[in-house]
Design a protein around this ligand. Sequence first.
Ligand code: SAM
Length: 282
Amino acid sequence: MNPSDWFTEELPGADSAFSLKIKKKLHGEQSAFQFLEIYETEGFGNLMVIDGCTMVSTRDNFFYHEMISHPALFTHPEPKRVWIIGGGDCGTLKEVLKHSSIEQAIQIDIDERVTRLAEIYFPELCESNSDPRAELKFIDGIKWVKDAEPNSVDIIIVDSTDPVGPAEGLFSKAFYQDCFNCLTEHGMVVQQSESALLHLKLIGEMRDAMSSAGLGYLQTLFFPQCIYPSGWWSATIASKSSLANFRELDAANKPFDTRYYNADIHKAALAQPEFFKKAFSL
Ligand code: SAM
């Protein structure tokens, strides 16, 4: 194995690494916020890497983008306004806009360069960017939520990088309190919540911070994501009101295509592993 043929993300906390065989490096730049790289891989299409961490690949991004959006959108009674904090590759925005109830979807990523690179190397994720309901803003999502008016959004999707650098504050109680203040009555936050195998402590801290900010109804969903550490990822929904009303019939009859998400996957993703139930007394 020739190391120069491979992109490798080392996972120091897990004493392991993940590699993809590359054809060539397409781009590398230091933006104002992070180091951005794009590779063409042999088996996974294009790959975006931020600060050495895998973000998006052509081949497997649909798991993540569908699971961070549709479960919450089919649980909220009638989502009209959605904000995506982060999400600069635009894949989550594309999924959100598949719902006809959506009147406005605003993507707020701190780094415009991520979106400009996605437009070039992941055009299929950006194909809904010109939808009249879509708005792209390039500012800090923490400030955006802090400055927002009360009752101004139904669902906030936090599609961020890991909790270091500019994303660190997106995992804090203060941020969730600001989310609480601008959410509508059945409002909810959905956040990518890393790997339950590798990051259980972080998930626990996140769940505590969400509850203590008033978002007391929690669901953590599990799904595969082979380019992320451990290959097994999660998203956590935190709501002001009960999450028991999954609109299963609407999900079963959804008038749009998905590649992974459906009503059965939704229910299956809510099954909680034994060690997870034990850790959080579920
Ligand atoms: N799916 C990916 C994952 O879990 O690894 C996340 C992809 S998305 C490209 C992450 C985005 O979060 C990046 O584009 C980054 O610029 C953005 N981001 C990080 N901190 C942010 C902040 N404070 N406000 C808004 N966007 C932020």
